[in-house]
Design a protein around this ligand. Sequence first.
Ligand code: ATP
Ligand code: LTN
Length: 336
Amino acid sequence: MNSGEEFMKRLISGVKPTGEFTLGNYIGAIRQFVEMQSNYESFVFVADLHALTIYNDPTELHNRIRELVGIYLACGLDPKYTTLFIQSENLYHANLSWVLECNSYMGEMSRMTQFKDKSKNKGNDSISVGLFTYPDLMASDIILYDADVVPVGIDQKQHVELARNLVERFNHKYGDTFKVPEPIVPEAGAKIYDLQNPTKKMSKSDESGKGCIMLLESPESAKKKIMSAVTDSENKIYYDPDNKPGISNLLVIYSSLERVSIEEVVKKFENSNYGEFKREVADSVANFLTNLQAKYEEIVSGDLIDKTLDESNEKVRKLAEAKVKEVFKKIGVGRY
Ligand code: ATP
Ligand code: LTN
């Protein structure tokens, strides 16, 4: 499977460099990129243009971009397998996005759950047009490289499905141009929940931060958050996300970090009380963060980040340029 790059399927995915990166980002997305990278021709990027749907302090955004590349590398993305790049350094993403905007409809875009959630309780004069059209940019990121698979958390699956529809529509109108991508959602960990409110997604956009573990926060503080995670009063450990969302969330976190099945975790803790169980989960998270942060520090103090990005740029630009030229020709714009 690993030989002959040209026969390998392509993988693409990205994370937005806004706020602090979370354990949800790792378990729902980055862990999959790492596990899959040697079996695919893999492209992973920093989705910095996606950050612009809301206002970001420019200096903070700038710093987060580098931080994310450091986190990708520290989590185990290997430049030998994965082409790591920054979205805004390849201008073709935005070109293709415009073409897709002109081939997508208000109706389908209005049905995007994330748009509905993120625009809820906001007036029309504070919702950016970019928040509405951002799934077109995401589709562009994917189909620009003819990706076959897109590993994402469950909240992004609908956007990959939109990309599939856009591909089918475009290919039908203009002839076969793009591949139809497939979303890959992890079986366990597709949605890690807030520790204080375990029916809500663990999100970096969450202000309080008490229910959210950050990848670069101190292991001690993460431990405290796990120890004070909201659970229930039954004091019996089993997996039941509907009736025991807090305990089930901790089971998923432990199972993902320790790489054992949920059944095995349940068995291991069948005679433990919640305090004992939480302590083990807290140790597992702290251990994970300690290792990750040590690698991160090593990476950011060296020159691997710039070396990796510089090497990828030419490759992604060439691929994207060829695709956009093909698209422009098919739709009839420019000289050719
Ligand atoms: P926000 O929470 O502000 O909407 P986000 O964290 O969802 O941001 P990204 O950082 O771009 O947005 O997400 C990158 C990837 O991480 C996506 O594939 C997303 O599905 C996944 N992801 C994010 N949070 C979680 C979570 N709590 N559980 C599982 N996967 C997650
Ligand atoms: N939209 C995603 C991040 C993202 C992405 C992508 C994921 C942007 N482009 C392409 C997979 C493929 C988000 O905001 N969470």
